[in-house]
Structures are given as structure tokens and as C-alpha cells.
Design a binder for this molecule. Sequence first.
Ligand SMILES: Nc1ncnc2c1ncn2[C@@H]1O[C@H](COP(=O)(O)OP(=O)(O)OP(=O)(O)O)[C@@H](O)[C@H]1O
Length: 787
Amino acid sequence: MAPSQKRTIEDDFIHTLSDNDDDALKEEEVAVQPPKKKAKTNKKSSKKNKDEAPQAEETEGVWGDKGEDDGAMDSDFEFMLDDAGELGEDEFEGWGFEGAKKGMAVEKVGVDLDEIIRRRREKKNKKDGKEDEAAEEEGASLNGADIDMDDDEDGVLADDAFGMNVDPDAEESADEADANSDNDDEDKEDKEEDEDDDSASDNDSVATPVNHPDDMSDDDDDEEDAEEKAKRDAFFAPEEKPKPGQKVDVSSFQAMSLSRPILRGITTVGFTKPTPIQAKTIPIALMGKDLVGGAVTGSGKTAAFVLPILERLLYRPKKIPTTRVVILTPTRELAIQCHAVATKLAAHTDIKFTLAVGGLSLKAQEVELRLRPDVIIATPGRFIDHMRNSASFSVDTVEILVLDEADRMLEDGFADELNEILTTLPKSRQTMLFSATMTSTVDRLIKVGLNKPVRVMVDSQKKTAGTLTQEFVRLRPGREEKRMGYLVHICKNLYTERVIIFFRQKKDAHRARIIFGLLGFSCAELHGSMNQTQRIASVESFRDGKVNYLLATDLASRGLDIKGVDTVINYEAPQSVEIYVHRVGRTARAGRAGTSVTLAAEPDRKVVKAAVKAGKAQGSKIISRVIEAKDADKWQAEIDGMEDEIEEIEREEKEERQLAQVEMQIKKGENIIQHEAEIKSRPKRTWFETQQDKKNAKQAGREELNGPQAGKKKGSATKLSNKDKKKLDAKAQRAEGMGWKKGKNDAANAVAKNKKKTPVKGKTPMKGKAPEKGKAKAQAKKPRGKR
Ligand SMILES: Nc1ncnc2c1ncn2[C@@H]1O[C@H](COP(=O)(O)OP(=O)(O)OP(=O)(O)O)[C@@H](O)[C@H]1O
């Protein structure tokens, strides 16, 4: 049913709905509140440091000539701060992970690192025979008492933000750092070993730490070329200008003629007015048109596609449960979050959702899918697994497909998976693509099979939120080895809670987790080497304020909407400015203020330069923060002194992990013996790609992100990647009790069943055309764009 056809009936009561009217009238500008909970420990000092702004100042050039600035761009985008200020603070507590927890039957035994650290510290204290003293020391360290807060360690550097005025001591330490770097080879070896691990995870968007191609070229020009522009003009639907006299009111959700149950859902989550991207896209999406939407991070893109979907689903025929909508995201966490948002917004409807992501129970998902939920929110790998192997699950009835973080989904790393999905879903679907960095070329978009999409770019010249302050800390040549010292200094003295710290490598995030633990920070880690239960636990403990620091890889860089993140720290600059934009977009969301701090050494130059240029162009607050070398050195020395302990913790952790794995194997063995007959009678599950295909896809993605040389740095070919390990695990799990393959007969039966259900052409509930089922198989062989 086309939504426009039912407006007249609904309009009557839409306008009488007054839940929000008063609120809208009472709206006032609410000043952005500082985070409620402030540092308990070195609160005073850190406040002092922050307030005494002279230690950092707005800079004209961070590795960039002043002349390079292309001037501030005029922008009319403003997040509705008044709404945003209200949102979530009092009424709505944010998105939860309840949806995911239902499917957490597959729990792997995790190693309790906190416990290991605690035990070690206790042991050490006892051994030293100074338990009390040590406890005091811990307190002191926590309180930052061993830091002289009054010295002007962060003094301003006048013109050139990065290092022009660094004192001779700093230079000396830098030289020393060079001389003392005898661990280099070992580090390199470790790095290589970890690279395979790094990009291995299922849904992990972590890339290998190699130079970005931009780092090696002088080509700074990011202007789209004429050819691409011409392609774009031909590809997208022409911009629709309102006809004279025609007035489209998108200033409120009510004016968009959304139905009462949807408006009630909107009220429940505390939205009062649509954000600009919502105002622009909801009417288009309601018409069933394909669209490509872009708007800065934290500007409400999720609701921009969820709301029109819900509105359209309200009027679906309900006699036979049918899956009509698929929303794909690049990471599991994002899918879980999207599921939470959609479920909350649909609280007053009967629309059913299922989460289908890796790491959660296949069996539980299969059971839910059998009930044909209206909406499936999934990661691509698990979605394909269900397409191929889940009994009675068919995608022939899908009418709407959404790709969230679409530019990431269109990268080579996802190409094969996406192609498999796109060629299997009905051609007649509506397709919507969203991202804060919609940088994909038209050639890529063509592959998605969009049908004259409408392009909605809200304030596309803006890269980051206007409420974000971007700080850069330059590490002079030779100082890279002290990165951790800088980081600890910043976390001890400047940004003490609600901080996400990004690392390029899982290994580094994990090591930092140990160091932070030993230094008494409360922190959690988040990366692809953790099982899903651990990943969710980390996000939750950070979200709930149980820990102050979340040490993450780029797994967390896109889409995660955690309320009240004050600061994002980049331990090193990411591989591209797009990833930078997403990372720093975890703070300063929905009109709130936030700060990003990037530790930038020579290898980070290109990305930092691009970020600064973009920031300046949009008139953002760019600050160069200077940290004196001696302060970083002090912490680095302490960290270096902990080296043996770190190694022992890592060893102990490894042993515990192995032990847990052995226990798991024993359990599996017992299960297999117990259910042998049943297991053997089950057909095997099929994999979408061979190991080699996966490897090639991964390599392609890596090369795309990091340039062709990325492949050369690859670790040992014989080593099992994490993804492979996970695959083996999953295989074992299936062997234990779930595997079966959709046979030919099953497929034929499913098609026959679905044929019966297909509405008569022209009467398709949500779209004009019925899916062309007969052709689906044949189309499956061709890329969509070529049909
Ligand atoms: N109309 C609205 N009024 C107030 N707040 C809103 C509105 N719409 C969304 N928000 C809030 O804005 C925040 C950011 O929304 P969302 O996560 O959808 O952003 P996004 O644009 O998808 O960001 P990213 O690009 O990082 O994924 C959320 O906390 C959401 O609840």
C-alpha cells in the first residue's frame, strides 16, 4: 500500500494529537549541560587545567599553511540543540542491549582480566611486604597526586601549533628516545604477527596499520572531478523543487502525517522536532523512493530511515506474517543499537523485529526468523548464513532494504557479501543508503541497483559536528615511542571520564587495557578479538558509567550512540579522514558539546592535515594542545617499569584462555557423544565463501583502505586469523547440534509457499510492484546494476 493513499483517513487524528504541542511551544534554548558525573579523583585539577585555556589555543595551522584554508563555509545546518538538550537526560535513558541478550545462548568462557590484574597486584604487594604503602600508592596514582598539577605543562605554543617552542629538555628526551629504542625489532615482529589478527574479525572494521595512500602522494585535491559529477547528475533523480504555492511543512513530526502509534513512539524516546536529515528524508522515504542520505555524525540518521519504515509497515496486511524489511549494518553493535532504536520507536505498534548478527545464537535467531518478523536487522555475514541455511527463511518478500553506514558497506571488504545479498533480494524493493561520509562513487552505487535515487545531503560540506572541539597533540619526531606516556598523562590530568580511546590495533587496545588496569584507571576494552558477550558487557559498563574509559578499535568508530561521551582520544590518527570523522563523531552528538584529542606524530600527518583543513573550512574549533615532554616521559618511565608485569599478565591470561578452551572442547566432546546419532543425521551447513574467497575479499578491503602495499605487510600465511578461528568455532558448534543445509526440495517448497502468498500484482502492500519471484534466481547470477 502506498503510504500516500491512506493519508486522508489518518490526518484527522494526527492533528488532534497533542502530546508534543505544548512542549514545542515551550521550547527554549537550553545550555549544553556538562556531564552530570565529574571526575571524583582529580576533578579540581582537571577542571583547572581545562579552564586555564592558555595551555591550548586555537591554531592557524596544524601542519598546514595558513594559505591552504579555503575559508569557512556558510552553513545553515543546526542541530536542534533545545531538543537535544532535553533528550535522554531526564526521560529517556538511551538504547539498551536487551534485544541482543535474548540471543546470547552461545557464551564463550571469557578470561577475567580485572581479576588477573587484581591478583597480580595483591601478590606483588605481599611480596614487597608493603601492602599498606602500596595501597596508598594506588590511591595516589588514582588521584593523580604524583603529578604536579600547577606546572604549566600544557603551555601554549604560539603560532605553529606543533612544536615550534618545545623546550630543549623535550628535544633531549626525544633524542634519548631514539637511542633507547632497542625494542624496535621485537615490536615490529609483534606488529606483523598482529596484523593478520587485526583485520580478521567477522564484523570488525579494523584495518591494518599501514600508511594510507594519501600519505605517499602529494595529491591533496578532494574536489570531485567533472566526470564523476556528470555521472552523478545522470544517476540521481533531479532535485525536486517545491512548486510555486506548494508548502511542505516538515517542521514537526505531526506535520509529516505520521500515524498516532508512531508519534507516540517518538514521544517515548523524547524527540520533539525532526532533525534536518529526518525532515528531508522521511517524506521521500514514505513515498517509497530510493534514496541516498548523508548528514553529519549524530544527526539522527537512524530515525530518518526507521520512522518511515514503521509508518509504512503499520498498513501492511497482517494475515500472513511476512518479512518485508532488511536493515544491514557493518558491525554487530550497530545492528544491536539499531534494533533497540527501532523497537523503542515501534513500542506502540505490533511490528516485529529480529536481530540477526554474528556472535549470538544461530538457533535462537532461526526460531525467530521462522516466525517471519516484519523487520530483520542484521550484519551481512550472518544474514547470508540464514539465507542459505535457515529452514523456511526466505527473502523473496523483502520490500525495503536499508544499508546503514553505506560507504563502509560498499567497500571492497564487504563486496562479495553485499553482492550475494543484493542479487538475492527482490529487484522491486525500495533501497535506502545512509552514512555521515557518503563518499562512494556512482560506479559503486550502481552496483546496489538503486532506482533513480533521491540524493539528500544535509549540510554535506560539514565533516564534523559544530559542537565538537578538536584538539591535536603533536609528538615530535622520535617521540612516537612515548605515545602511551602522553595518553596516560592526558587521561590522568585532562580527560578523566566518559572517554573513548581509539587504537588502530586490537593488540594495542588490549595492552593499554592492562596498563590502564595497573595504573588504577577504570576501563573496558572493545574490539573484535572479544566474544559478543564480552563486547556487549564492555559497551554497557561504559554506557552505565561503571568505567570511565572505553579502549576500542575502529569496531566502535561508526554509529555507536552512547549518551554523554565527553571525549574521544585518538591514540594515533586513523587511516583516513573518513574514519577520523566517524571516530570523533562518537562525541558531540545531537547538539551536545564534546572534545576530540588526537595524538599526532609524523605518520599521522596526512590525515591530521586533512582533518584540520576540513575543520577550519567549516569554522570548527581547532586547538593545538602542547604537553611537555617531561610529563609524558614520567608516565612512560612508569609504564616501562611495568613491562615484566605486563608480560606476566599476558602470559597468565593466555594460560587461562587455553584452559577455558580445553574445558569447552571437553564439553563439546561430551555433547557430540551424547547426541551423535542426531548430529550425524543432519545435513551440513553451507558456507557462502571459501576460506580463499574470504582471504581475497579481506585483502581487497585492506588494499582499498591502505593502498596496495598493505598486502605486503601481511603476517604469516599459515597463521589462522581470528575470523578463521571463529569460523572453526561456529562449525564445531553446528556439528554439535544445529547444522542442516537448505536442500533443493526445501528451496522449491519455499518458493511454492511464497508464490501462494504473493499478493496480486498492483496490490502489493508497501510497494507498487510485486517481487518478480520467478526471475529472482536468474537475476541472482547477475550484478544488479547490469540487469
Ligand atoms: N528528532 C530528534 N530530536 C532529538 N534527538 C534526536 C532526534 N533524532 C535523533 N536524535 C538523537 O540523536 C542522537 C544521534 O542519532 P543517530 O545515532 O541516529 O545519529 P546518526 O546520524 O546515525 O550518527 P552516526 O553517523 O554517528 O551513525 C541519538 O541519541 C538520537 O536519539
